[in-house]
Design a binder for this molecule. Sequence first.
Ligand SMILES: Nc1ncnc2c1ncn2[C@@H]1O[C@H](COP(=O)(O)OP(=O)(O)OP(=O)(O)O)[C@@H](O)[C@H]1O
Ligand SMILES: [Mg+2]
Length: 533
Amino acid sequence: MATDLLLGRIVSVTGAVATVRINRAAGAGAPDQAVATGIGVGAMIKIRVGRNFVFASVDRVFPSGGHDEFLDAEVSLVGEGSQSDTGQLLDFRRGVSQYPFPGDEVVSTSSADWAKVFRLENTSTITLGDIHATPDVKASLNLDALLSKHFAVLGSTGVGKSTTVAALLHKILDAAPNGHVVLIDPHGEYAAAFRDNSIHLDVETLKLPFWLMNFEEHAEAFLTSEGASRERDRDILGKSLLHVRQKNYLNIDIERVTADSPVPYFISDLLEELELEAGRLEKSADASRYIRLKLKMEEVWRDPRYGFMFGEGLMATDSMGDLLSKLLRIPTQGKPLTILDVSGMPSEIVSVVVSMISRLVFDYSIWSRGEKNVPILLVCEEAQRYLPREDGHPKSAAQRNFERIAKEGRKHGISLGLISQRPSDLSESVLSQCGSLFVLRLTTERDQHFIKSAVPDWAHGVVSGISALRNRECIVFGEAVPMPVRVAIDFLDEARRPSSSDPDFTASWNELQEDPGMVGRVISRWRNQRRDA
Ligand SMILES: Nc1ncnc2c1ncn2[C@@H]1O[C@H](COP(=O)(O)OP(=O)(O)OP(=O)(O)O)[C@@H](O)[C@H]1O
Ligand SMILES: [Mg+2]
């Protein structure tokens, strides 16, 4: 038996947009919440068109001239499904083949309809939470559609992005335990959420040899000059780097070695090369450039904070194979996730490290053609840092790598998971390449406008709802879901959550802090630049 409630009728239809006249009182007090909330902006309604239902999303509601008991609404047609003999929804598909006519009946969408739309058959799925206003209808996501194109998790600060990402990754890895996920963690918060199935690489455990930097990254790490002077310094660095790489300790065809090749060299060779060159030039202005570059390199090399790149044992050992196996989880060994915790690294090198890691992921995929395909998911917090909107500033090496992955990654089996609290600072073209969006509460007009630019016109009504989302709620758009849907995300146990909990001021300020050793221990760690000192 059909439980649909008659809400009103179609007034006019123009292309994929229709105007409907709705009885104000219809739906109010209905026991099914999904029916009762069926008329507001962003809600989904159904239109009976012959033996089909056409689904439409409410974009705008306005008074119906002269008829107090009615409301008019502008709706966008979203998809359709067929009706059973008893008037129930049988299936759902996107797009509309049969358009409604004026006078057609507009009926409510019930929890049973949502359940039918989200019953994804013959696909691997994960569930993120309950569909808004339904008692317990789960929002299923099509896992392959989610992973095979990039996705983004967006929301204002503190609304639950990191926890949502942890929830998604837990579900993905529960469904696909031999996955390969690399997560760039700028605040060191994720290790707490994945104790059993991840490896944690931080400033103490990561061994990222300096010689794996390409030329561009060397320039970012060592050059401080700007403008024309920087160009000159780049030439010097490029020439010297090529020279020392060609010393060729691995016996690679020398013709093939470039300043970018991941070929080990000794830093002492590079310093010597700069010294020699400076000597040869003696009084010329360029001699001082060589010396300045050498001094900067020595400074970085001797700085203990850079030990993870320049420390002993990293000099000329060929550890590239170990690093890649570990980073990309090949073999997985029960730990499909790598958490790259950059929180303890000197801030001036973080961008270079992120650049190296993203480039290693991409280049591995390029050079693994002919081998067994290993798709990789690269998840990046604070994505606006690496994929910012075009602003005329010179691009960092990391930005160039991420842009390349955003454009070409999919073809090589790399997909991006981008997280940002300032979506309007993200590159618009990259966001439009994201197949799925998870949008948590976003309060600024600018951000909402930006999200609208990334979703089809017919979903704009749904976007209007993002400023009113509660914590732990999001709207999912895109290919992973049959239609945009508001989801109450499942509660995640503390042991599976990132350790991002906000400090509790009042609780802390009510406690006495009388441990006299505390400040001394902090200073010792600070001076030794070691968290475990
Ligand atoms: N699904 C959930 N289950 C349990 N707790 C949650 C959930 N989502 C959010 N929270 C809680 O809400 C708080 C904020 O979440 P979270 O740190 O994920 O927000 P965020 O958007 O990443 O913040 P920031 O902008 O600071 O990075 C945390 O204390 C977290 O425990
Ligand atoms: Mg966060």
